[in-house]
Design a protein around this ligand. Structure first.
Ligand code: FAD
Ligand code: PHB
Length: 391
């Protein structure tokens, strides 16, 4: 088997890359270890920055996104029993975010690629990468119990945090920067109409809570929990009880409850590798970096990386110039580090670090009051949240 660009992973990074390359007439093969049904059902992120929406719409895969995505012009921060609106659009010259589930983005892209005759091999897991320092690298993968080899000009490692591509870089080739947090998120998807029109981030003495949504009938909710907790410790009534208390702003507001359709626990981590490339291998998305989800940046960073990679590959195929490819890592890392900082900052401000009313608590409350009371501070949050054009 041979293709120009071998793409490992059919998440947002791999699928957007394959689509952008196809628009430039550059063929690729996407290898995905899971089934199509599995990746289309996997519930994850939900917030698209303006820049991500513009890219998807501009690339012709935004039709359903424009129809079903919910455009939000603000978010709410809740603490000390009160809600405070951050008017994102007012503070950013009219920019907005769109709430649209990651698996919907994935579904739209898979359909577009397959309808255009693009090649996505499901249940094909990459096991090893070869000859990355030569002009003809290869990906070995397993499908149907047999090992195959895909030769290519370039490998795009879009296989997420637990993939194999990052580990294919020889020892010493990458520097890892990472930080783990002493808490996790318990996330649920519920058949319950959202009790809010805009996303609510709540800081509460019992821990952080987040109220988001997927449609007028489906809520997406998260609770801070301990990283070693299991779902067995969280029966439905405990989840709803905690959400009611932590999100409750008083004044008659209450959360609408309903059947829980999906649930999971995600640990929180900040992680970056430098550089994001080695020879003919380019890492993109979660394969290269992880942010804690409090800033809603994970999927947006994945899309931003492959936009840079698609442009660099297009230039190489058109002119033979490798300058953009050589600059790939440095170009991406500027945005990545801005998002890492913003996500760390939001996480630090909104989660309970200790059980007592100590210094962290007072510092957090002071920061929250400042963000909600100062236009300059609110603007800084807003421009990062909707996504900076240049960083
Ligand atoms: P992924 O979406 O992880 O895609 C990688 C793909 O590669 C997967 O389909 C995987 O099956 C495939 N793959 C892995 N190994 C191989 C292999 N060897 N061969 C072939 N294919 C392989 N962000 C938020 O903003 N909010 C959230 O609530 C949120 N929740 C999350 C929950 C979880 C459990 C996880 C893991 C992430 C979450 N994120 C969240 C982050 C966000 O979803 C990611 O940043 C985003 O998915 C990154 O896209 P990606 O394409 O880089 O990686
Ligand atoms: C979501 O809707 O899943 C969501 C929203 C905001 C976040 C993280 C996740 O910060």
């Amino acid at each position: 088997m041979r293709t120009r660009v071998a793409i490992v992973g059919a998440g947002p990074a791999g699928l957007v890359l394959s689509h952008l390359l196809a628009l430039q007439g550059i063929d690729s093969v996407v290898l995905e270890v899971r089934s199509r049904e599995y990746v289309e059902r996997r519930v994850r992120a939900g917030v698209l920055e303006q820049g991500s929406v513009d890219l998807l719409v501009g690339a012709g895969v935004g039709e359903r996104l424009k129809r079903e995505g919910m455009v939000h012009h603000g978010i709410e921060l809740r603490f000390e029993g009160q809600g405070h609106r951050i008017p994102l659009s007012e503070l950013t010259g009219g920019r907005a975010i769109t709430v649209y589930g990651q698996q919907e983005v994935v579904k739209d892209l898979i359909r577009a690629r397959l309808e255009a005759g693009g090649q996505i091999s499901f249940e094909a897991g990459a096991v090893s990468l070869h000859d990355l320092e030569t002009p003809a690298p290869a990906v070995r993968f397993e499908q149907g119990g047999t090992t195959h080899e895909l030769r290519c000009d370039f490998v795009a490692g879009c296989d997420g945090f637990h993939g194999v591509c990052r580990d294919a870089v020889p020892a010493g080739g990458l520097t890892v920067f990472q930080k783990e947090y002493p808490f996790a998120w318990l996330g649920i998807l519920a058949a319950a109409p959202p009790a809010t029109a805009e996303i609510i981030y709540a800081y509460h003495e019992r821990g952080f809570a987040l109220h988001s949504m997927r449609s007028s009938q489906i809520s997406r909710l998260y609770l801070q929990c301990r990283p070693d907790e299991t779902l067995e410790a969280w029966p439905d009534d405990r989840i709803w009880g905690e959400l009611q208390v932590r999100l409750g702003a008083g004044g008659g507001w209450s959360l609408t409850e309903g059947p829980i359709l999906e649930r999971g626990i995600t640990t929180l981590r900040s992680f970056v590798v430098e550089p994001m490339q080695h020879g003919r291998l380019f890492l993109a998305g979660d394969a290269a970096h992880i942010v804690p989800p409090t800033g809603a940046k994970g999927m947006n960073l994945a899309i931003a990386d492959v936009r840079v990679l698609a442009e660099a590959l297009t230039r190489w195929y058109r002119t033979g110039e490798a300058d953009l490819l050589e600059a790939y890592s440095a170009t991406c890392l500027r945005r990545v580090w801005r998002a890492e900082h913003f996500s760390w900052w939001m996480t630090s401000m909104l989660h309970r670090w200790d059980g007592d009313e100590g210094i962290e608590h007072r510092l957090q409350l002071s920061q929250l009051r400042y963000v909600c009371g100062s236009k300059a501070a609110a603007m800084s949050l807003a421009e990062n949240y909707v996504g900076l054009e240049t960083v």
